[in-house]
Design a protein around this ligand. Structure first.
Ligand code: BG6
Length: 467
């Protein structure tokens, strides 16, 4: 396999506002759902490190953006925190806006392209108390927030994204009950998933309006980022296993792909949901809203595949039909710290699926990375973390991306997730993702790991073989 990063293949860093900024009560920032959970039960967070800290990006954004430049990166994705930009009356918070203007100005000065996402699992607490994504009023509030952001930063940002991983909150908070408010209810999960879809579409509508009215740069683009874990089942599947695969792929992947490529939700999935009593409340006029969901391009976060089989139990504890159980592939190679399978070929399979089924939709790898616990073990005599495992991980994924491009996938670039160690939700700083270490005991000082120098070389050698 020949390994050349094409000249126009961009390389960047992915992070998010709530995982990096810290300063959770500075500059008029409101409480968000992570602050609520941290206040309620701090022992749910690894080492009792709640949502307050981030990696101090609020203070260190200039240093970080310069660091990206020194690595040779082209772009950087973060998110605006809704709870920082807006006040409780859904008006702009000038102090919050000021911070993001400074980030934009710094990125411009360093010639780092900013990719700005509007939502990364960070619902403002006052809206969560109104029912969060279960309430359509909150969908409207999100559209107001998106409109405000487009108009405020329209001349400073080219690349916009409505959501990061809109599948995660329905799953983690409402179906699997792993994140606050710990609900396990497939019906409520579906309502949340549907409302997130409408919210995405309303934000795209606001984007188009802002563009028509001259608030945006003419070349501005809108996208959606999701984790499309390519689904697989057993090698010799039963019809029930194949049905589990259809539903897994339909609810988690095709749902969003059809929405952003075709402006509708997959009909076969809606039918199955209807038969199962799980159909969300689809109202007159919604079809027109969904039709506005088409985007310019897509962000594909890839960490692991999804392997499913027919469910052992037909119904869940609430009496709704179950559509799939997890299947552990005996040959799986695991990231034992995160409990995720490492399967670089999945990125290629997704690329081929895009080529076949959504040939007009360009995409980029918007997150990919490896979180490892106790990286202190890997320090050399000079104190540098020798993260060869991370180099191997990224190299293998880049190889498969390049093969996908050679075979016709429209993959435009790659963002490494957590380029600088950041706060991983309730895992806090347990698994470190960074190519750059953050010293929590030493004033959040940044220090290169071995992989930082490696990626710098990869970028320098674009159009040459990766060594
Ligand atoms: C992605 C999210 O799902 O995975 C990030 O967009 C997240 O916010 C990343 O941090 C890695 O997952 P985790 O749970 O190990 O931090």
């Amino acid at each position: 396999m020949e390994l050349r990063l094409p000249k126009d293949f961009f390389m960047g860093a992915a992070m998010s506002g709530p995982q990096t900024e810290g300063a959770y009560r500075t500059g008029g920032k409101l409480e968000n759902i992570w602050d609520t959970w941290s206040d309620l039960s701090i022992s749910d967070f690894y080492n009792k490190v709640g949502s307050y800290v981030g990696n101090n990006f609020y203070e260190k954004y200039e240093e970080d953006i310069k660091l990206f430049k020194s690595l040779g990166l082209d772009s950087f994705r973060t998110s605006i925190q809704w709870s920082r930009l807006m006040d409780q009356d859904q008006k702009l918070n000038p102090e919050g806006a000021d911070f993001y203007h400074k980030v934009c100005a710094c990125a411009k000065e360093q010639r780092i392209e900013l990719f700005m996402n509007l939502y990364h699992f960070d619902m403002p607490a006052y809206l969560f108390r109104k029912g969060g994504w279960e309430n359509r009023e909150v969908v409207e509030a999100y559209a107001t927030y998106a409109r405000t952001a487009f108009r405020e930063f329209g001349k400073e940002i080219t690349y916009w994204f409505t959501f990061n991983e809109p599948i995660v909150e329905p799953d983690q908070r409402y179906r699997d009950g792993l994140w606050y408010p710990f609900i396990q209810d497939a019906k409520r999960g579906m309502a949340v998933q549907y409302h997130l879809s409408l919210a995405h579409c309303l934000a795209v509508r606001e984007f188009q309006k802002a563009k028509e009215e001259g608030f945006l740069l003419p070349e501005a683009k809108i996208g959606l980022i999701n984790c499309f874990a390519p689904p697989y089942t057993k090698e010799d599947p039963s019809p029930e296993d194949l049905e589990a695969l259809r539903m897994e792929d339909g609810v988690k992947n095709r749902w969003w792909l059809d929405l952003v490529a075709e402006g509708r939700l997959p009909k076969d999935i809606l039918e199955t949901l209807k038969d199962s009593g799980l159909l969300p409340d689809i109202r007159p006029g919604d079809e027109q809203i969904l039709a506005m969901g088409r985007v310019d391009w897509l962000g594909f976060n890839y960490y692991h595949p999804s392997r499913v089989q027919a469910p052992r139990e037909k119904f869940d504890q609430k009496g709704y039909p179950k559509y799939a159980d997890a299947y552990v592939w005996p040959e799986a190679k695991m990231n034992i710290y995160r409990g995720w399978e490492i399967y670089p070929k999945g990125i290629y399979d997704f690329g081929m699926k895009m080529k076949e089924e959504y040939p007009n939709l360009k995409f980029f790898i918007s997150e990919n990375g490896m979180g490892v616990e106790h990286e202190d073990r890997f320090r050399d005599k000079e104190g540098q973390i020798q993260d060869d495992y991370r180099i191997e991980f990224v190299k293998e994924h880049l190889e498969w991306i390049l093969k996908a491009i050679q075979d016709g996938a429209k993959c435009m670039g790659y963002h490494y997730w957590g380029l600088i160690d950041n706060w991983s939700w309730n895992n806090a700083f347990k698994n470190r993702y960074g190519m750059v270490e953050v010293d929590l005991a030493g004033n959040y000082q940044r220090r290169w790991k071995k992989s930082a120098a490696w990626i710098q070389e990869v970028i320098r050698a674009r159009e040459q073989e990766i060594s």
